[in-house]
Design a protein around this ligand. Structure first.
Ligand code: NAP
Length: 311
């Protein structure tokens, strides 16, 4: 009897860990919903990988389902509002990925400002020897940075950038205890104040388009936007327009709408660093995320308290 389904496309670390567990694996929810009724009836928990929408209708295909254990802290793909009235618990994998996601935010900022990729190409092509020094780039340390969403990951990013001697500003729904960082109740005021704006909000309908055209315009032609949250949090059409028109200085983006088939306009930009939604993608962190996901499932099957419940 199949008690646990793994749905989605686990990465290498989880594939190796899942191999010995005897769980049934389905690449998509549609594939899972097409399993024979007898199999679906026995499913108590789903280990969910990826960002495809998981709504109430799909939940109803598994009448004994009691847990959706998400691989990732961001569970915006799962309709928690549909899960709760069905007595389905949802878990995620917070904290274990904070360091990696914060590291990538800083890496994109450094990469954009110092153009390490272009400078490396200058060395490899032999241009350094033939044409001389690479053009001057932009200083990172000591700038003014704004964090939009001072949650777990936002805080890790802020701590790192404070160590770069930056003046720290932030916007959250309420003021937090900080070592003297400046709070802005209004995201537009935050963007107007800073050189770099880093988005670390949750995704989902409540934060959709939170970074409006007005926020981006306030950031201005020298301002740089870094987004490691979700593509939904930014008005992407406005971002593309303003990047193309050089009305904002640049962007470092790990997340997009319609991943992985992102808007092709991004690919032609010379003022953006683009990453394939890989902020947590180290062997160490993916191992820890998978372990936490499996620990939640094990606790659920034993009737014990969940480690990281969402609802
Ligand atoms: P968190 O601790 O819950 O922080 C989330 C932040 O979002 C908080 O600052 C919170 O504001 C804000 N927020 C939540 N609901 C909001 C609303 N309705 N309106 C305005 N602001 C709202 O989450 P986290 O662990 O830092 O993770 C943040 C997000 O990062 C995840 O949800 C995920 O989408 C993304 N992420 C991306 C990657 C990647 O690979 N790129 C990896 C991991 C996570 P308050 O401060 O006011 O509470």
């Amino acid at each position: 009897m199949t008690e646990v389904l793994a749905v989605g496309k686990p990465d290498q670390m989880s594939r190796e860990a899942l191999a010995g567990l005897g769980w049934t694996a389905c690449a998509t929810l549609d594939e899972a919903r097409a399993l024979p009724e007898d199999t679906r009836k026995g499913v108590k928990a789903i280990a969910f990988f990826g960002h495809s929408p998981f709504g109430g209708e799909a939940m109803d295909a598994f009448p004994a389902l009691g847990l959706i254990a998400n691989f990732g802290v961001g569970y915006d793909a799962i309709d928690v509002g549909a899960a709760s009235p069905r007595n389905i618990k949802v878990t995620n994998t917070p904290d274990v990925l904070n360091d990696d996601v914060a590291d990538l935010a800083v890496a994109m900022l450094l990469d954009f400002c110092r153009d390490t990729r272009g400078a490396e190409a200058h060395v490899r092509s032999g241009a350094w020897g033939e044409q001389g020094a690479y053009p001057l780039q932009r200083k990172v340390s000591g700038a003014k940075t704004g964090i939009l969403g001072l949650g777990r990951i936002g805080r890790e990013i802020a701590d790192r950038l404070a160590a770069f001697k930056m003046e720290m500003h932030y916007h959250s729904r309420s003021e937090k205890e900080t070592p003297g960082w400046t709070y802005h109740a209004d995201p537009v005021a935050l963007a107007r104040e800073v050189d770099f704006l880093i988005v670390a909000l949750v995704g989902g309908p409540e934060t959709a388009g939170y970074v409006t055209r007005e926020v981006l315009e306030a950031l201005g032609p020298d301002g740089i936007l870094i987004n490691i949250s979700r593509g939904t949090t930014v008005d992407e059409a406005a971002l593309l327009d303003l990047l193309e028109q050089k009305k904002i200085g640049g962007a470092g983006l790990d997340v997009f709408l319609n991943e992985p088939k992102i808007d092709p306009r991004f690919r032609t930009l010379d003022n953006a660093v683009l990453q394939p939604h890989q902020a947590s993608a180290t062997r160490e962190t993916r191992t820890a995320m998978g372990q936490l996901q499996r620990d939640n499932i094990a606790a659920f099957l034993k009737g014990e308290a969940l480690l990281t419940p969402v609802n």
